[in-house]
Design a protein around this ligand. Structure first.
Ligand code: FAD
Length: 401
């Protein structure tokens, strides 16, 4: 049998292979990856600096260890360049290969904001271990050379708030900028968002909400930021955490017919793209989230694990062509801000106009915010501090619907 090719050695590609190997130990699998093929857990990147973790300590397996453990071949530092879906052929920087099935797990890229100024090219973002290594080196240099090392973070979303808490804990002065009126505005109910802001402010983090950075000038010793509202700030490093854009160019150039793409590479309820035998999962994918055909990018670990299980089963059953549905189910997002740990399961966009957030304050200061539909059903929740027992009770209620 021709090999199954998996493109990308992040959480998505590796989880898929791990699931597949539980079901099928013999089909040849080739993992093609643009990076070095080692494995690390990406969510650790936003909590690593305060814990003084070196990049090498975050890598749990080298490419050689991974290849041996999973009985696969890894082509590292190798780019997928073109897909010919009609011939079942991929072109890579290491040559041309025929595939039995192809799995795209090519991730996403950090969005670059159109910021003016001579220092704009120094804005950093952290979406890979290599980025973390560069970021960490720069933080070390700054803390050794100035007395009040100051960081600006663009975007008070999940990643921005996690980095803010981590860097503040590590002794940096942190300024967080966001055009929205509250942190994690897209995910959290207003009261939980306010609690997060207050807890981070109490630790000394400065919020600049309803505002955004428009220019960054290199002043030699520091960077001068100007904001839309005319504010001026001097900082030593700017970290952008304004979101990701799925890598879909390879799918759009698929020959002879581009794969269906929208925000990401669109997949059906089983994780299959618009071309036979080509699947996608992870940050590059746009999943079908309900039976009405609504779809969404879900750049989190839990959907990756669900998609990996389903696609692995479909690949293992490819001789009978039995397809397996991705069971997305209710999946809370955990916000790893130690100053205010939160679990949130936002209501789907389709029901947001059909209910409202209702708060409950427990005696121990736990805040539970429930999104209750007009007919009384629970359609989402946020909980701080994140408490596993309460979270599981809320999840059970949602699953019982
Ligand atoms: C700082 C941070 C903290 C996070 N925290 C959490 C959290 O707490 N909880 C949570 O659920 N999620 C979290 N996330 C999100 C989660 O980590 C991601 O959803 C997940 O890691 C994405 O995995 P992936 O494999 O899809 O993409 P990636 O990890 O980006 O992997 C993509 C792979 O594709 C390869 N590649 C790309 N293009 C090509 C090409 N043309 N040819 C060959 N190879 C290619 C790359 O080299 C890479 O190996 C966090 C993300 C970040 C950045």
């Amino acid at each position: 049998m021709k090999p199954i090719f998996v493109i990308g050695s992040g959480m998505a590609g590796v989880s898929l292979i791990r699931e597949l190997r539980k079901l099928d130990t013999s089909t040849p699998i080739i993992l093609v990856t643009a990076d070095d093929g080692g494995f690390y857990s990406k969510p650790m990147l936003s909590n690593a600096f305060a814990q003084n973790k070196l990049p090498a300590q975050l890598k749990t397996q080298t490419a050689t260890q991974l290849a041996e453990q999973l009985a696969i071949t890894i082509l590292h530092q190798t780019q997928l360049q073109k897909i010919e879906s009609d011939r079942h052929v991929i072109h890579t920087s290491m040559g041309e290969f025929e595939y039995h099935a192809l799995v795209l797990a090519v991730g996403a890229q950090a969005i670059r904001l159109p910021i003016q100024g001579s220092g704009a090219n120094q804005i950093m973002s952290v979406n890979h271990l290599d980025d973390y290594a560069k970021f960490r080196d720069r933080l070390e240099q700054i803390s050794q050379s100035v007395t009040n090392p100051t960081i600006a973070i663009l975007g008070a979303g999940l990643i921005g708030c996690e980095f803010a808490d981590d860097l503040n804990q590590a002794g940096f002065e942190v300024h967080l900028f966001d055009p929205n009126p509250s942190p994690l505005a897209a995910l959290l109910p207003p009261t939980v968002s306010l609690r997060l802001q207050q807890q981070l402010e109490a630790k000394g983090i400065h919020f600049h909400l309803n505002d955004s950075v428009t220019s960054v000038e290199d002043q030699g010793d520091n960077l001068k930021l100007t904001t839309k509202d005319g504010g001026e700030f001097e900082v030593h490093l700017v970290l952008s955490a304004v979101g990701l854009i799925p890598n879909k160019a390879i799918a759009q150039q698929c020959h002879p017919t581009p794969l269906h793409t929208d925000r990401g590479i669109v997949v059906d309820a089983n994780g299959m793209t618009s071309a036979p035998d080509i699947y996608a999962l992870g940050d590059c994918a746009q999943y079908t989230v309900d039976t009405d055909g609504n779809s969404s990018v879900l750049p989190y670990i839990a959907p990756i694990l669900a998609a990996a299980r389903a696609i692995a089963k479909s690949l293992a059953d490819s001789s009978t062509q039995k397809a397996h549905r991705i069971e997305l189910g209710p999946m809370p997002v955990i916000i790893k801000t130690p100053s205010c740990p939160i679990a949130v399961l936002p209501p789907s966009p389709q029901v947001r106009a059909k209910g409202k957030w209702l708060d409950e304050h427990l005696a121990d200061d736990t805040l539970i915010s429930r999104f209750v539909l007009d007919d009384g059903r629970l359609a989402g929740f946020a909980l701080t501090p994140n408490n596993a027992k309460i979270r599981n009770e809320l999840l059970a209620l949602m699953n019982a619907r």
